[in-house]
Design a protein around this ligand. Structure first.
Ligand code: GLV
Length: 320
């Protein structure tokens, strides 16, 4: 009798055909788009060798302790702040993610938010669609110029640089801040300097202890009252209450957000503000990109199960 194949748990439906590479494995697919409760996830992962998850799944110590046979997690996301990496390491589980394939789609969305927030497209469209528009007006929906503006990128990884390429087409002056000197004239050593110089600030840092509430009341106060803040990175990088206050007190012109501090909850003060443009975390949401992400994660899972090195382990997750 041949040994039974290893089992891969897929925590949410993925685009059709993206898991073909798993054809030699038993695959358990959970049916829902909603976050799976921790105890259900732990129970489902009890006997499996691999998990393909997404960023709404919290993989903590309890999960890794319950998943006795687990060897690899492939997260269909570039961010991995939802995974307790020290716990994964303690339980000798390799963690992989999907860098690179979503850069262009996410940069497209960041640029959509730059344009949409600066030009007040959210409230303009909402008024029109809800029958509140009575005709053209000289002083209606007066936004900020995007072309020719100074764009400040916080973080300068692949997605930030993809946003920069788009900005060049709009004749924007682009500066960036990272902790380490990039050696470029557009580098600003100090976040406050970048915030003070920028007409539009776009966030592109991962969520870590160092970036949690990087944009708090103090740093928001460094921004120009005419400035726009865009976040396609991770919600907790911004103190949402402080942001809402800055908008309400006209100390910030507009905000374009795709991610939130307590997803899927969104601060009601942000949702109701006419100069906040809020999207439901759709940075990578195109069929082509989501398919490529799922394929990439699945290929790494197969590599680890076959005893090979995965192509995209998260930094610090040593392939075991
Ligand atoms: C999206 O937020 C991702 O991390 O893939």
């Amino acid at each position: 009798m041949s040994p039974s194949p290893e089992t891969v748990l897929v925590t949410h439906p993925v685009p059709a055909g993206s898991l073909d590479v798993l054809s030699g494995y038993d695959v358990i697919s959970l049916p829902g788009e909603e976050p799976v409760p921790a105890e259900v996830l732990a129970e489902a992962a009890r006997e499996v060798s691999a998990v393909l998850c997404s960023l709404i799944d919290r993989l903590d110590e309890g999960f890794f302790a319950a998943a006795n046979n687990l060897r690899v997690v492939g997260s269909i996301s570039v961010g991995y702040d939802h995974i307790d990496l020290p716990a994964a390491e303690r339980h000798r589980v390799t963690v992989c993610h999907t860098p690179g394939v979503l850069d262009e789609a996410t940069a497209d969305l960041a640029f959509a938010l730059i344009l949409g927030a600066a030009r007040l497209l959210g409230s303009a469209s909402e008024d029109l669609m809800n029958g509140r528009w009575r005709g053209w007006g000289m002083n209606q929906y007066l936004g900020q110029e995007v072309h020719g503006a100074t764009l400040g990128l916080v973080g300068y990884g692949r997605i930030a640089r993809a946003v920069e390429r788009r900005a060049e087409g709009f004749d924007m002056h682009v500066i960036h801040h990272t902790r380490h000197d990039t050696g470029l004239a557009s580098w600003r050593a100090d976040l406050d300097t970048l915030l003070a110089e920028s007409d539009i600030v776009s966030l592109h840092v991962p969520l870590t202890d160092a970036t949690r509430h990087l944009m708090d009341a103090r740093s928001l106060a460094r921004m120009r009252p005419s400035a726009v803040l865009v976040n396609t990175a991770r919600g907790p990088v911004v103190d949402e209450d402080a942001l809402a206050t800055a908008l309400e007190e006209d100390r910030l012109f507009a905000a374009g957000f795709d991610v939130y501090e307590h997803e899927p909850e969104v601060n009601p003060r942000l949702l109701s503000h006419p100069r906040a443009l809020c999207l439901p975390h759709i940075g990578s949401a195109t069929t082509a990109t989501r398919t490529a992400m799922a394929e990439m994660a699945a290929r790494d899972v197969v590599a680890v199960l076959a005893g090979k090195k995965p192509a995209h382990p998260v930094p610090g997750s040593v392939p075991i």
